[in-house]
Design a protein around this ligand. Sequence first.
Ligand code: ATP
Ligand code: MG
Length: 243
Amino acid sequence: MYIFVIILTMEKILEFIKVNRKFKTGDQEILACNDLSFSINKGEFCLILGPSGSGKSTLLNILGGMDKPNSGQVIFKDQHLEVMNDKELTNFRKKEVGFVFQFYNLMPNLNARENVQFASELNKSNIDINKLMKEVGLNERMNNFPSQLSGGEQQRVSIARAIAKNPQLILCDEPTGALDYLTGKQILSILIKLAKENSKTLVIVSHNTGLKAIADRVLYLHNGQIVKTEENTTLGNVEDLVW
Ligand SMILES: Nc1ncnc2c1ncn2[C@@H]1O[C@H](COP(=O)(O)OP(=O)(O)OP(=O)(O)O)[C@@H](O)[C@H]1O
Ligand SMILES: [Mg+2]
């Protein structure tokens, strides 16, 4: 039984194998992903830490089907993302991925509730939107447009939107980067709680090493390569974090 549980919890959902992504500007060539290999397990919270320019956003864009590698393999369950055409990648993103960005990226002409509703309709998920808006603490602000909401409130809408789509993967690029310290911590708490409750695989990329205690696994990215991996057997609380 014990072995069975371990095998179940270690089931791979995503794998990068020797992924390269280079950018050319003028004479300069930058390897943003440099023979990058790692895997992510189903249901885990994986934190990818790296300094500015280390390749975090590039990695996340490839992982989320928004960009393609120049070489290497990107495998989600049994599907190879690197050989998909644009239509297949759009389908993959629509069905399997919820994004939470640093600057929220909400639709300005839809109110908070409509932003979330729209995402749930994309995948015909039958998530209770009113309950979800309450869970992110926005039941009083549902009819407000993004421009009428604070940064923290907009980020809560974007978390609700990612969950409402009911994807397997939630990908977050510096989700607290534009928020003050306390709001950032609140947002992280909501994000982690909802991801766990809904059995999502959560991947956060950040430069903030202060977050390392709260994830199941921490991958350290440097110059487009994973240079160290850590596992946390006991998870820290977001409330106890200091950075
Ligand atoms: N479209 C692009 N064209 C040219 N160079 C790019 C492009 N996108 C990324 N790069 C370069 O690739 C490297 C990795 O960039 P990336 O945005 O992935 O870093 P990051 O770790 O997300 O940084 P930050 O923490 O500042 O967001 C950087 O040197 C960057 O300048
Ligand atoms: Mg970035």
